[in-house]
Write a protein that binds this ligand. Structure first.
Ligand code: AGP
Length: 608
């Protein structure tokens, strides 16, 4: 999720571009750049790795009075964070900034032989594609952009300028937001309205499939099929914080609610529901290497560890003769653990910078074990040091409590397990149900979030006064219960702990009294009746139970029930986790604590 800005008008373009990028820095930054044009079309291109402040240092020696320009702060998706990979990208006379993923960039690149590629990005391919139509003079800039976008598969929010006409900007969107600020003798472009606050209150929100030709005093919009679109000018929200949170009160709720989109990005181009197959390019293991795998070590901390535990349960369900060990990085790195031959290690980390996980990676590599990263932050240390990997592409996760990354990491690891099973010749009829449910996940997640949020908010109010909680689950719902407990613990400070249902009678049942409430995960299936018996053990001791279930005829005498869809059977615990994410959120809000920055914690634990 990158940030785009553009300016054309009667003021200093560099000033707006930099201030706009700073407003958009929350969208993720690992590099940034701006380009401005003077009246003769002379370009000043400045790019820098890291935070915007690094770009400002370059700007100090390159101040211009230019009145048009575009800028970009990058959350890398293709190509690691570097100055070369930073936007704007140049091709011939044009400069382009892009937010999104061009899925077919490799095929397009093969035909763009005229362009000398400098970066590893899909965005530079798009710039070269526009230039391939614009360079010959056959098409105007806006029509060259249209021709190029007609060939593109994927998502984009773009802004394009040309040295040949330093008075117009072309913008377009499909899947990535873009807003046009209408000012007095100036027009401003941004990925979201937060960059416009203080400059104008009038904004035009571009829609998917629309292209706009923008000057200091005009905005002409059309579709890719050249149908004119009348610009609808709206009043923008002036609350900066509210805009950056997408209108949500906290980043955590925004990140919980954006899981349909973040899951779609994780699955993009990797799942074929019709065939019942998955395809992961990143791990870089051949079919022969995948077939030989006998042992998986899955390494992570906190939520990443829970994602690994849960994925491990699923993988052993459909992959024959494979042993799976999911370990806590901070423990594993000091063990003298033997990793057998024909092993592969999955290194799981949202930030890609967690010190304990990184240390494990380095220890495991010393044993010559192939390491596969399951990482969100592109170009992060772990992502650079693993032998191969699958990026989860969920975009920046700002809230300390990890939510969308958990869901996507877990599914990404299941997909890796499916690639092993495919290579081992597991019958498609065994794998197809998993693939088909995975393909349905984004939509089911969307429907669930829409249907349970208000109910969970109401239920959460009843549990906000508790200081102790027990989370319970069996099988794949047990690691889900662990993740649910961590979520509540780390933001509401409730002493929440998870236990396998079957473990209750071995000790934890002694805890049950009025100080505690219990969250019982009860997915349908062959273990459901066993879990019901466990629930009755808790009820008999006066437990205050919140049940989360996909069983239609649920009639246990628990205090509260949140029903989830019955559409998914295999991945019902993934859907149950959404309820627990929302429960943690609303309990914390009810307690009045800092939802996004809980005490004592940090988003990326780069210390041991
Ligand atoms: C999860 O909500 C926590 N913020 C924390 O446990 C986190 O999952 C852990 O620190 C691992 O972080 P990573 O995924 O960036 O490696």
């Amino acid at each position: 999720m990158c940030g785009i800005v553009g300016y054309v008008g009667n003021k200093n373009a560099q000033d707006f571009l930099i201030s706009g990028l700073k407003r958009l820095e929350y969208r993720g930054y690992d590099s940034a750049g701006i380009v401005t044009l003077d009246d003769a079309g002379e370009a000043t291109l400045l790019r820098a790795k890291g935070k915007i402040v690094n770009l400002e240092e370059k700007l100090a020696e390159n101040k211009r009075e230019d009145k048009i320009g575009i800028g970009h702060t990058r959350w890398a998706t293709h190509g690691e964070p570097s100055e070369t990979n930073a936007h704007p990208h140049q091709a011939g006379d044009i400069y382009l900034v892009h937010n999104g993923i061009i899925e077919n960039y490799k095929e397009l690149k093969e035909h763009l032989t005229e362009h000398e590629f400098k970066s590893q990005t899909d965005s530079e391919v798009l710039a070269a594609l526009v230039e391939s139509f614009y360079g010959g003079g056959e098409y105007s800039l806006v029509d060259a952009v249209v021709q190029a976008l007609k060939l593109v598969k994927g998502t984009y929010g773009i802004a394009v300028i040309s040295r040949l006409n330093p008075h117009e900007i072309v913008v377009a969107r499909s899947g990535s937001p873009l807003v046009i600020g209408v000012g007095h003798d100036e027009t401003l472009i941004a990925s979201d309205a937060s960059a416009l606050v203080g400059h104008t209150k009038q904004a035009i929100y571009l829609n998917d499939g629309e292209v706009a030709l923008v000057t200091s005093h005009s905005v002409e919009i059309k579709t890719l099929n050249a149908e004119p679109v009348s610009a609808k000018v709206e009043e923008i929200e002036t609350n900066l914080a509210a805009i950056q949170k997408g209108g949500y009160e906290h980043f955590l709720l925004k990140e919980i609610m954006e899981q349909p989109e973040s899951l779609r990005e994780t699955l993009r181009g990797r799942v074929n529901a019709t065939e019942g197959t998955v395809r992961l390019g990143g791990p870089g293991l051949t079919e022969a290497q995948l077939r030989k795998i006998k042992h998986l070590v899955i390494v992570g901390c906190g939520t990443a560890y829970h994602a690994g535990l849960m994925a491990g349960y699923y993988i052993e369900q459909f992959t024959p003769e494979i042993t799976i060990e999911t370990v806590i990085a901070s423990e594993y790195r000091y063990r003298n653990a033997y990793i057998p031959k024909d092993s592969v290690a999955l290194i799981v980390s949202q930030s890609g910078e967690t010190a304990d996980t990184l240390a494990c990676l380095r220890e495991i590599k010393k044993q010559g074990v192939p390491t596969i990263g399951i990482v969100n932050a592109i170009g992060s240390t772990i992502a650079r040091e693993v032998d191969g990997g699958t990026y989860v592409h969920v975009g920046p996760e700002i809230s300390v409590a990890s939510t969308k990354a958990f869901t996507s990491q877990m599914i990404a690891m299941v997909m890796f397990g499916l690639t092993i099973a495919q290579a081992k010749g597991v019958k498609p009829s065994v794998l197809r149900p998993y693939v088909q449910e995975i393909a349905k996940l984004p939509e089911v997640v969307k429907e669930t979030l829409a249907s349970v949020s208000a109910e969970v908010r109401e239920v959460a109010a009843k549990y906000a006064e508790y200081d102790h909680a027990i989370y319970l689950g069996r099988d794949t719902a047990y690691p889900a219960a662990m993740e649910g407990a961590l979520k509540l613990k780390e933001i509401s400070y409730v002493d929440a702990n998870a236990y396998a249902f079957g473990e209750l009678k071995h000790g934890p049942l002694a805890l049950v009294d009025d100080r505690f409430f219990e969250v019982a995960l009860l997915p349908s299936g062959e273990l459901y009746d066993k879990a019901v018996s466990n629930v009755q053990e808790v009820l008999a001791r006066g437990g205050h139970i919140l049940a989360i279930t996909n069983v239609d005829r649920f009639d246990l005498p628990v205090e509260n029930v949140v029903k989830i869809t019955t559409e998914l059977k295999i991945f019902a615990p993934v859907i149950m986790n959404l309820v627990m994410q929302l429960l943690a959120y609303y309990v914390t809000v009810a307690k009045g604590y800092n939802v996004d920055q809980p005490r004592n914690l940090a988003k990326s634990v780069t210390v041991e």
